[in-house]
Each structure stands twice: as structure tokens, then as C-alpha cells.
Design a protein around this ligand. Structure first.
Ligand code: HEC
Ligand code: HEC
Length: 237
């Protein structure tokens, strides 16, 4: 059997194409997601570990994928205000944001060292809010949703362990004055509105002295807690 002229031509064309494709691959760096996310690295760190420069850039590595996705959508829809973040995601599709969220969720979480402090009424108040809430003021325990070890709950509730004190205060303030909103029902907005400034600094002080167990810092499996209030967007989609 002989090979037809047209088949020979297409084989030749194929060989030519694979040659130029190889040449092309040598001169253009591969277009990987990691490479496209170098813009994010300048603020959030090379592996999403977070940075403190003239501003605080939160860690995004190892946070639940649905939580990260919800935040990226919140920035795009301006439910959450941050000029730089609003701009970064302004034209990105849900599919692409989901891919970015999954990429960072898969990177290992890193935590700051816990500070040491002697027991104080402020720390005791922080611990009480975390573990029991304040039933008299209808404040649920933070652990009820963020987990006993405060490592969060998949797919869309973040860890509280390792959060920067100023960042916590800023986020609570943002919820109180509605510059941060989550999908309805926005349980965190309701909770933040019940907290007074002293509660927020107590919570932040308590969190700063908790040493994360780096062996089991992963968010709890989906569905493993029965939440005391309804929160929107918890399917993280
Ligand atoms: C110029 C600095 C800068 C760049 C670049 C940047 N971010 Fe951010 N990002 C911030 C700041 C500041 C915040 C905190 C905003 C706030 O206080 O609400 C933030 C918050 C976030 C959050 C929410 C974190 C949380 O725990 O709720 C996510 C997710 C995020 N950024 C992802 C990204 C991604 C993905 C990129 C790249 C496409 C990116 N950022 C690029 C500065 C930046
Ligand atoms: C009913 C469940 C629930 C309870 C109780 C709860 N949270 Fe949350 N929390 C959430 C959800 C859901 C989110 C994610 C909201 C979003 O998508 O923006 C969140 C997010 C947060 C964040 C933002 C973290 C970040 O990385 O930006 C902070 C801070 C926080 N919670 C603090 C607290 C504190 C302090 C308490 C206790 C006083 C508490 N939460 C109790 C459900 C809860």
C-alpha cells in the first residue's frame, strides 16, 4: 500500500507544526496558572502566605476554596471594598475565580508564632466569647461555626487561628459599617453588630496567644458542624 500524496502532505505539515510548536515552547514561558498569579504574589506572598509591608496582606494559602471563591466574587461585586482587590478581579469570570481559589486552597497554610502573655481579664473575656459566646446578648460561640480548634469548616468558613489582630478589627469594623458584606443571610454582619469594641479586642488578643497545631490546621470536613445560625454562600459555589 502506498501513501497518498495528500496524506503525505498532511504528514509533512504535521511535522512542520510540531517543530514550530517546539521552537515556540522554547521561547515563550509556559502559560501556567501559577505564572499568571505572580501579580497576586507581590502582595500575598509567593505561596499565598500573606505579607506585612506598609499594609497587611492576609494569608490566602490553605483557606477553604469556597471561602476564597466567595471573597473574590464579593470583591468583584463590591460587597467587599478594597480598591486594589476590586480592581484585580473586576473582569474575571466565575470559572477563573474558582480555579484561582482552588489553587490557593491547595497550598499549605502557614501561621505566625503565637505570642506569650500572662492570663488577664481581657484574655479570659476573649476565650469566653470564642468558646461560649454571650448568651445574654445572643452572641453565639465562635467555635460553633469556626470549629473547636478555630481552623474553619469546609467549604466556606475560614479559620480564625493565626489572624492578625488589626485585620480582625478592620474586618469587624467593615461588617459593622457595611463595607464588607457576605451573601445573605450575612450571619457575620449580625454577629459583628452585636459585638462592642472591647469584645473585638478581647477576641483578637485571645487569638494572638493561640499556637496553631500545624499538624492539623486544615479546615473541618464539610457538614461536620451544626451551625447555630444560617449563613449565606456556604456551599461555596
Ligand atoms: C496591591 C496588593 C494586592 C494585590 C496585587 C492582590 N491583593 Fe488580594 N488583598 C489585598 C488586601 C490589602 C486585602 C485585604 C482587603 C481587606 O482588608 O478587606 C486582600 C484580600 C484578598 C482576599 C481575601 C482574603 C480573606 O481572608 O478574606 C483574597 C482571596 C485575595 N486578596 C486574593 C487575591 C488574588 C487571587 C490576587 C491576584 C489576582 C490578589 N489578591 C492580588 C491586596 C492585594
Ligand atoms: C453562624 C456561624 C458563625 C459564627 C457563630 C461565627 N462566624 Fe465568623 N464567619 C462565618 C462565616 C460564614 C464567615 C465567612 C463570611 C464571608 O464569606 O465573608 C466568617 C468569617 C469570619 C471572619 C473573617 C475572616 C477573614 O479571613 O477575613 C472573622 C474575623 C470572623 N468570622 C470572626 C468571628 C468571631 C470573632 C466569632 C465569634 C464572636 C464568629 N466569627 C462567629 C460564620 C460564623
Amino acid at each position: 500500500m502506498t501513501i497518498g500524496a495528500s496524506a503525505a502532505r498532511s504528514l509533512l505539515a504535521l511535522a512542520f507544526f510540531s517543530c514550530t510548536a517546539q521552537l515556540h515552547a522554547q521561547v515563550t514561558p509556559p502559560d501556567t496558572l501559577e505564572q499568571r498569579l505572580t501579580a497576586c504574589a507581590s502582595c500575598h506572598g509567593k505561596r499565598g502566605e500573606g505579607l506585612r509591608a506598609n499594609e497587611y496582606y492576609p494569608r490566602i494559602a490553605g483557606k477553604p476554596a469556597g471561602y476564597l471563591f466567595n471573597q473574590l466574587v464579593n470583591f468583584r461585586e463590591r460587597r467587599r471594598q478594597s480598591p486594589v482587590m476590586n480592581h484585580m478581579v473586576a473582569y474575571l469570570s466565575n470559572d477563573y475565580l474558582r480555579e484561582i481559589a482552588q489553587y490557593y486552597a491547595n497550598l499549605p497554610a502557614t501561621f505566625p508564632d503565637a505570642v506569650t502573655a500572662t492570663p488577664s481579664p481581657v484574655l479570659a473575656r476573649g476565650e469566653a466569647l470564642m468558646t461560649q459566646g454571650d448568651p445574654g446578648r445572643k452572641i453565639p460561640a465562635c467555635v460553633a461555626c469556626h470549629g473547636k480548634a478555630l481552623t474553619g469548616l469546609n467549604p466556606a468558613i475560614p479559620a480564625l487561628i493565626g489572624l492578625d489582630a488589626q485585620y480582625i478589627a478592620a474586618q469587624m469594623g467593615a461588617w459593622r459599617n457595611k463595607t464588607r458584606r457576605a451573601q445573605a443571610p450575612d450571619c457575620m454582619a449580625d454577629i459583628a453588630s452585636l459585638l462592642v469594641p472591647g469584645d473585638i479586642s478581647a477576641v483578637a488578643a485571645y487569638l494572638a496567644v493561640q499556637a496553631p497545631n500545624t499538624q492539623s490546621a486544615a479546615p473541618l470536613p464539610a457538614g461536620s458542624l451544626k451551625l447555630p445560625m444560617e449563613c449565606g454562600g456556604l456551599d461555596g459555589r
